[in-house]
Design a protein. Structure first.
Length: 254
């Protein structure tokens, strides 16, 4: 009888121990699962934050495919941006009696280097006429090359991707690129430490502009300056168009 009791007690203890072990294992599994879920959620949150920053940086709230497509387009744009075969529409300011000679120097050199110069004109209104010509004829994939002997903010805004001129904005949206250049004794709004990189005065055609250098960079305008910066370094300034055209050609070798 006592043996039976002993066996029964041992059996009960065994069952209690077994149940406790199973419960403990379940608790451990649950804890592990909870930890894994916590780690998983943390990774999801990190991924979400990274994607959010990516969207914000690209100013897009689309999908990863959109971001990848945008990046691919940017790479293609950099490769094809400055291609000699693209038509060049050149116009320059009046400077002096050597205007025709300067224009010929630039266009002749470009053609010798294999550039496709389709138009070259001289005069203060020829820049705007260039823009309107591309707009009216719905021309795309061209390069607008304008040369000035003084900085007028309106001529910069006119061809900005987000500028205030509807003709210019439309022309830029058609895949046309812009190179603006300044020579002679113009204010330097391009090179570091130039007297016009932080501010240039307005004119009768429009208001002044702060940080024109940054504005051009933000609006994908390529800028060249070979001027004396109001006489500060006349010995290095371009008065013939030769340095300007060399700088232009160099853009295609980068």
């Amino acid at each position: 009888m006592n043996n039976k009791k002993t066996i029964f007690i041992l059996f009960c203890l065994f069952m209690i121990f077994s149940l406790s072990y199973v419960y403990s294992a379940n608790v451990t599994d649950n804890l592990n699962t909870s930890c894994q879920e916590h780690q998983y959620n943390e990774r999801l949150n990190l991924l979400y934050d990274n994607l959010s920053r990516k969207y914000e940086n690209n100013k897009n709230n689309f999908t990863l495919f959109t971001i990848r497509e945008k990046n691919n387009q940017t790479e293609d744009y950099d490769i094809n941006k400055l291609n000699k075969s693209r038509p060049i529409y050149f116009a320059m300011d009046h400077v002096n009696a050597d205007d025709e000679k300067i224009c010929d120097t630039i266009t002749k050199r470009l053609k010798e280097e294999g550039f496709n110069v389709v138009k070259a004109e001289i005069g203060p209104n020829k820049m705007s006429q260039n823009t309107h010509y591309l707009y009216e004829h719905n021309i795309s994939n061209a390069i607008i090359f304008h040369l000035f002997n003084g900085v007028d903010p309106s001529t910069i805004r006119e061809l900005a991707t987000e500028g205030n001129d509807n003709f210019g904005k439309t022309v830029r949206s058609n895949g046309n690129d812009v190179v603006l250049a300044w020579f002679y004794d113009s204010v330097d709004c391009v090179n570091e430490n130039g007297s016009g990189t932080a501010y240039v005065y307005g004119s009768e055609t429009g208001p002044s502009m702060e940080n024109p250098k940054q504005y051009m960079e933000d609006n994908e305008i390529i800028a060249i300056c070979t001027s004396s910066d109001m006489g500060k370094h006349k010995e290095n300034a371009d008065y013939t168009g030769e340095k300007t055209v060399n700088e232009f050609i160099e853009l295609f070798n980068k």
